[in-house]
Design a protein around this ligand. Structure first.
Ligand SMILES: Nc1ncnc2c1ncn2[C@@H]1O[C@H](COP(=O)(O)OP(=O)(O)OP(=O)(O)O)[C@@H](O)[C@H]1O
Length: 721
């Protein structure tokens, strides 16, 4: 094996890591467990390429999510690559890379639309064209619906079709089969084709781009016109992290880049972390798809996790029925806390576990509460708020700003005849929620006009609703609205909020309305659970209509604080690590969710538990038959003795290593006489150079080469820490 030349700060690479660091094959693929140092090793590979003289600009680092990009940059810095060098590396999310390439090619950059609502007019226009085009083709059973949930459903479908590169229909392909295979409705399939015709004019080129469109456009361009590749810079080393997030469009870009013989690729992923099925991510990109195009692929292992100690490693292995080893002599703890399944008591143990962590010296910033779904944040946010524990939400809005809760708040406003008192933004959001739940079909421009009108005359809200529901919604909704308005009319501010909402929710039949609106079974269930959680809150608070309404407004004013606990869904924590991870609501039907594929649920749970370094806290119902099967699948009691043995062994090894005794991990030849980094002021650099110091362009430091005599450099030696 070639010897490494890049020696990182703060870390001793294992022989496995060194093998990847110095890999010489054109394509090197790493499939390894969570926390087995994939990102770190890719960062080592970059460090090695830099040390061997590649310019940072010749190295391309690709990932799929902003979180993964953040982690890769962080690992490079941790290993000692200087910030100035990290900034010059071509590190991108695949989508941003594609965008950058396209910008370079295109004479005029088409507008980028990152928000789904900005795409709405085009989606509606495409839908209009679709309904005209297929007006007489009954065999397609097109469902033309334009409320914003139907639009967001369509939006997801077109993302998926493009991610799979499945939008084109060859002559011998069957439309119904292709749509079913891609997991979208026939309406959405045809609508997506129409939308693409609108987005890509044959004469003017691409007219606008939404999220992930750049990846699709670049993949199509490189497939249709391979000669365009000549206009992309040649990257000598390409590293790809979180390869389990790859889809066909991203893969086609990688394939094209790797068709150049000068390029070398190292990519890493974990088949058990495939969770973005909505974006057509699949485990086949960890090997099979590469094997279909390239002959010589080297596969490398990283067989031990460095994130947590053996106990969690073995529990994660038992859960996934695979071998997981830890190399950390760390007694990672796993605590199981029962919770009562009623009311506010559900979150009490969670709050106590956070408080205990802080009392024991842990920080809130090192703590993460990871949820299966957004609805769970209703109870958690309330509990954290009540206990004065600051939290920051990642990848989701607070529950009070979600459609279904805004709808309930709008009903309270109707009952209080108070729509005019709140700020414009909230008014707009509540109106949007009413439009959604009463299934009113209104164009965005008309909607804005109504918002303006109601600004002047808020008392006209019931009039607007009556008019619009009659005009565009179903007879059932007309009758529902009348009942709701009558209920609101007969309610006084001092009436109990829970009683009012309970009746209103029954009138609206939210269970079925959510199913109709949100189409996807899982999403509909999350919406209903959110409503139930808010109703629980109303019942616990025992407050009147005015009290609950005002409480929601006051709660929104509380700002998020910077040093705070991390609160997100599991998916947003992938790639990250936290000292203490807390997983609430591990109950049957919650995690795993019955509505999502079993494998994705397992992968999500595996991602969740493997984020923890020092402590994992699992919260389970106090009734045994309600506890999620996943907890038992971790075999916590069975793996304990084995984990203790392994921990003991790792501790002995660590002690020996401290005493200088050789360990298996230590590559003697490389580390016997390590180099010494110096602190040389700019003005003294020539002197240092004369005495034999060398300049490291990667870490941007002067150093005494391995085997050199440090006494010649005493004045520049770092003070011992
Ligand atoms: N040789 C090593 N010695 C000690 N710790 C290491 C070593 N290599 C990596 N680590 C540490 O292991 C932890 C996990 O590393 P990393 O994030 O690279 O894993 P990963 O496989 O990319 O994780 P994930 O599967 O979650 O994406 C980090 O805290 C990292 O600093």
């Amino acid at each position: 094996m070639i010897r490494p030349r890049f020696f990182p700060k703060n870390l001793l690479p294992t022989p496995e890591q060194q093998a990847i660091q110095c890999a010489q094959q054109r394509i090197s693929l790493i499939e390894a467990n969570a926390g087995a140092a994939k990102t770190t090793t890719l960062a080592l590979r970059i460090g090695e390429a830099l040390t061997r003289g590649l310019a940072p600009e010749q190295i391309l680092g690709l990932v799929f999510t902003p979180e993964a990009l953040e982690v890769l940059q962080q690992r490079l810095l941790e290993l000692g690559v200087a910030l100035a060098v990290v900034r010059r590396l071509a590190l991108y999310r695949v989508e941003d890379f594609a965008q950058q390439v396209l910008t370079y090619w295109e004479e005029q950059e088409p507008p980028r639309m990152t928000q789904i609502h900005a795409l709405q007019p085009m989606m509606l226009e495409a839908q209009e064209m679709l309904s005209q085009r297929y007006a007489h083709r009954e065999e397609f059973y097109l469902e033309i619906r334009s409320h914003h949930v139907a639009l967001s459903q369509f939006y997801q479908s077109q993302l998926r079709l493009k991610a799979r590169m499945d939008l084109r229909l060859d002559e011998d392909e069957d439309l119904f089969e292709k749509a079913a295979l891609a997991g979208v409705t026939v309406t959405d399939f045809l609508w997506a084709q129409q939308y693409e015709r609108l987005r890509q004019s044959p004469y003017e080129g691409v007219l606008f781009r939404g999220p992930f469109d750049a990846t699709y456009d670049l993949a199509c361009a490189l497939l249709d016109q391979p000669e365009l590749l000549a206009h992309i810079p040649v990257y000598r080393v390409i590293v790809v992290d979180e390869l389990h997030d790859a889809n066909e469009a991203a893969f086609q870009i990688l394939r094209a880049l790797m068709s150049r013989q000068q390029s070398y690729l190292v990519a890493a992923g974990d088949k058990d972390q495939v969770i973005h099925q909505d974006l057509a991510a699949e485990a086949t990109y960890l090997y099979e798809r590469f094997a279909a195009y390239f002959d010589s692929i080297a596969r490398y292992p990283l067989s031990q996790t460095y994130r947590h100690g053996p106990y969690l490693a073995y529990a994660a292995g038992a859960f996934k029925k695979k071998r997981v080893e830890s190399a950390l002599p760390l007694a990672t703890q796993i605590h199981v806390h029962p919770y009562a399944m009623t009311g506010a008591a559900m979150s009490t143990p969670l709050v106590q576990a956070i408080q205990l962590w802080v009392q024991q010296g842990g920080t809130l910033a090192a703590c993460a509460v990871l949820l299966r779904d957004t609805h769970q944040s209703v109870a958690i946010e309330n509990a954290l708020m009540a206990a004065n524990i600051p939290y920051r939400l990642e990848g989701m809005v607070g529950y009070l700003q979600r459609d279904e809760i805004l709808f309930l708040r709008a009903l309270l406003a109707l009952a209080l005849k108070d729509y005019g008192e709140v700020n414009l933004d909230l008014r707009r959001q509540m109106l949007r929620a009413l439009v959604l739940f009463f299934e009113i079909d209104i164009l965005p421009s008309e909607f804005e006009e109504v918002v303006e009108d109601l600004l002047v005359s808020p008392q006209l809200l019931p009039v607007f609703l009556r008019y619009q529901v009659k005009k565009t919604s179903s007879i059932k909704n007309v009758s529902r609205l009348e009942k709701i308005l009558a209920l609101a009319q007969s309610s006084a501010p001092h009436h109990m909020a829970f009683d009012f909402l309970n009746e209103a929710v029954a009138i609206m039949d939210t269970v079925h309305t959510a199913k109709r609106l949100y189409v996807l079974e899982h999403q509909a269930q999350v919406i209903q659970k959110s409503i139930d959680a808010f109703m629980d809150l109303a019942s616990q608070q025992q407050s009147d209509l005015h009290g609950l309404y005002q409480w929601c407004i006051d709660r929104e004013k509380i700002n998020q604080q910077p040093v705070a606990l991390h609160l997100s869904c599991v998916a947003q924590a992938k790639g990250k690590e936290f000292e203490h991870v807390l997983l609430p609501f591990l109950a049957q039907g919650e995690f795993p969710s019955a509505q999502s594929p079993a494998l994705i649920e397992q992968n999500l749970f595996y991602v969740a538990i493997t984020r923890a370094q020092k402590r994992l806290s699992l919260f389970v119902p106090d009734k045994a038959h309600w506890v999620s099967d996943y907890v038992a699948a971790m075999s916590l009691e069975q793996v304990k003795p084995l984990a203790q043995q392994r921990l003991q062994q790792l501790r002995v090894e660590a002690q020996q290593a401290q005493k200088g005794a050789p360990t298996v991990r230590e590559p003697q030849a490389v580390y016997k006489t390590p180099r010494i980094d110096l602190v040389v002021p700019f003005a003294e650099k020539d002197q240092a150079k004369q005495r034999g110091a060398r300049w490291d362009p990667v870490k941007r430091v002067w150093y005494v080469p391995a085997g050199g005599d440090p006494s010649r450099f005493e004045r520049w030696l770092k003070a011992p820490r």
